[in-house]
Design a protein around this ligand. Structure first.
Ligand code: SAM
Length: 338
């Protein structure tokens, strides 16, 4: 399943795609201010969403081209019916795939025994504040107790948890003591993600942007941070730190201040079957039609995947153009999957 050498998905910068983020739905039960569009949301019609069988065919093709890690995301993955059975199906069909999940944690708790059975590499839990009022302000819903119960249940089930915190000036920048407390007391990675300007009408601006230097300075006011050196293939985009005496770790994902495009090894598959080679590149490659017409073979799909990969850009340049007000990265994260 690792793909033979000639079949690997390599791009024109010498990067190899090993990781796919697959959005199972564009629907979400929350309205996070950094993610959802402020305009009326048009959801993708049901018929245009890939069926689970189509998604799993895509995974088979990608696995044959060297993809080793698969993340289900959304929207909210568990907002789509049958997501639990889909995970099981993936595990049965791809026993050695590193399967992961990104979730807001509000619908997850009943499925934790199944997640344990499936053997996920980790669950990334979006949790932007441990303060109930701030959580409700960010997500639009007063559901912090439910997410905290899910976090406890995941840890009790010995499932690895990474907490994603979108760093927001004027929102959660005064709450570092809560995050440090989490790192001290729980075996979790708390990762601050720099707020990225994605989608038309994004709330991103110089006032809401909390840059990594300031995040780390604030963290150092509350704890002594010890840098962690990770093996290259485990590092991912986050720079991680230990906190003296802590069970967990704290880190930052810095798409804007210090990009990690040189090591990017990912492709994205949207829920309607489009390949997006780079988060910030609005060019998408439509595969749904090919998946649905019998005259197209896996080899035809593989050809498009190779094309998308060959054209994969250095996204940081696009992101810079976006921060200067140019019309790039026009799709909201909810539609892409983060
Ligand atoms: N609903 C799930 C969740 O909340 O985790 C999965 C989808 S969400 C789009 C995936 C990730 O994207 C979340 O961790 C979220 O924090 C991140 N995200 C969304 N919009 C973002 C933005 N504008 N800047 C940085 N991170 C963002």
């Amino acid at each position: 399943m690792n793909g033979n050498h000639s079949n690997l998905l390599r791009d024109s910068y010498g990067r190899t795609v090993r990781y796919v983020r697959m959005s199972v739905t564009d629907r979400c039960n929350l309205r996070c201010l950094y993610c959802a569009s402020p305009f009326r949301q048009e959801f993708i019609p049901h018929d245009n969403i890939l069926r689970y069988e189509e998604m799993s065919r895509m995974v088979a093709i990608l696995a044959g081209m060297g993809v080793q890690k698969l993340r289900l995301t959304g929207g909210e993955p568990f907002a789509r019916k049958g997501c639990d059975q889909f995970l099981l199906m993936l595990r049965q069909q791809f026993p050695s795939m590193d399967l992961r999940l990104t979730s807001n944690g509000t619908l997850l708790e009943p499925y934790i025994p199944l997640l344990r059975r499936v053997g996920l590499g980790a669950v990334n839990l979006s949790l932007d504040s441990f303060d109930r009022a701030t959580f409700a302000r960010v997500t639009g819903y007063d559901l912090l107790p439910r997410v905290l119960a899910t976090l406890d249940a995941l840890l009790s089930a010995c499932i690895r948890v990474k907490i994603n915190v979108v760093a927001l000036h004027g929102v959660n920048d005064t709450q570092m003591p809560d995050f440090i407390h989490a790192v001290r007391t729980m075996p979790v990675d708390v990762r601050f993600i720099e707020f990225m300007p994605m989608g038309i009408g994004t709330a991103w601006n110089q006032k809401t942007f909390w840059p990594v230097d300031e995040i780390l300075a604030e963290a150092r006011r509350h704890a002594h941070l010890i840098p962690v050196t990770e093996r290259r293939n485990e590092a991912g985009p986050a720079r991680m730190y230990r906190v003296e005496g802590g069970k967990g770790r704290l880190g930052c994902i810095t798409a804007l201040s210090c990009h990690f495009c040189a090591d990017c090894n990912r492709l994205r598959l949207t829920s309607n079957g489009h390949i997006r080679a780079c988060l910030f590149d609005d060019r998408e490659y439509r595969l749904r039609g090919l998946l649905r017409r019998s005259k197209f073979r896996d080899a035809d799909i593989a050809r498009i995947l190779r094309l998308a990969c060959a054209r994969k850009p250095i996204g940081a340049e696009l992101l810079r153009q976006r921060t200067e007000g140019n019309a790039v990265a026009q799709k909201s994260m909810m539609g892409i999957g983060g």
